[in-house]
Write a protein that binds this ligand. Structure first.
Ligand code: PDD
Length: 277
């Protein structure tokens, strides 16, 4: 990566500097967003921006630049993605403050940082993955896309130790989400996913899959579902901006359905790829 965006300027990556008193560094006091770009076009841009604004609002950080300016940031960094497909990473902290104080002053200037890195959109038949069932030990505002991600990182480490692609987390037997994705199951041709409450980050991909399913006559339920329902499912897949739809063959030692990509999952992958730029 050659260039990045820092506080209104394009800066060579090796010259970008922020203060050690930045509250993002000291407290993890900030919000982020990840926007996929296909062939030069951000996908579901307004939805990502709306989520960014919601998260900032929830933690009382002002939106430092207007929505449309992010399109200029993408343009300014476009040399980083010669093939045209990339991931825009946006990172906004409450700003720099000294002395260190949990209670922030209310006149801070947010630190605005963004990178644009190349991304190869999934293509061909995805290979179903194994994931690890783990207890969700994160905080209770997972709907906020906070840069404080220790719980997610601990989940990722545990899954990696178990040799799997991703954690699949639950709270007292109720499935929540992954460390970096949402989960869906299919039972008797109905698509089921956890509700968009404070226990999950409602993925933009998740919402788009629900729209595609409804538009194509697949019945959908957004509701809490249990480990028992997961193990009894016909199909399971995970979803995120960078992985799109990835079939899940096994959860820990349990095979889900046939262990192959199921027919509804296959259909949704097809609808998804047709719908993106
Ligand atoms: N992760 N849940 C969590 C905890 C996530 O971190 C993500 C995304 C999702 C899916 O959201 P979306 O469909 O909007 O990508 C769900 C991003 C990609 C990341 O952390 O890099």
């Amino acid at each position: 990566m050659n260039k990045l965006w820092l506080n209104g300027h394009v800066v060579p990556a090796d010259q970008a500097k922020i203060s050690v008193f930045d509250r993002g560094f000291l407290f993890g006091d900030g919000i982020y967003e990840v926007v996929p770009i296909y062939a030069g076009q951000p996908f579901l841009f307004d939805e990502h921006m709306a989520r960014l604004e919601r998260s900032l609002h929830a933690v009382s950080i002002p939106m430092p630049i207007p929505r449309a300016e992010w399109l200029q940031v993408i343009d300014a960094l476009s040399d980083n993605i010669p093939e045209g497909s990339g991931v825009l990473y946006i990172h906004i902290t409450r700003g720099e403050e000294f002395p260190r104080s949990h209670l922030p002053a209310n006149d801070l200037t947010p630190t605005v940082f963004a990178t644009l890195s190349p991304f190869t959109p999934p293509s061909g038949e995805p290979t179903p993955v194994r994931v690890s069932l783990l207890e969700d030990n994160r905080w209770l505002r997972c709907d906020i896309k906070s840069i404080s991600l220790l719980g997610n990182i601990m989940g990722k480490l545990a899954a990696a130790q178990d040799g799997t692609a991703e954690p699949l987390m639950h709270r007292a037997g109720r499935i929540t989400e992954g460390a970096t994705c949402n989960y869906f199951i299919v039972k008797n041709n109905t698509l089921i996913t956890a509700p968009a409450d404070t226990l999950i980050l409602a993925g933009i991909t998740r919402d788009w899959i629900l729209t595609l399913a409804r538009d194509n006559g697949i019945s959908v339920e957004e509701r809490a579902f249990s480990i028992a329902e997961l193990y009894d499912a016909d199909e399971c897949f995970l979803a995120s901006s960078t992985r799109e739809i990835l079939p899940v063959a096994m959860v820990s030692e349990q095979t889900i359905g046939s262990g192959e990509t199921g027919p509804i999952t296959q259909q949704l992958i097809q609808y998804f790829r047709q719908s993106r730029p």
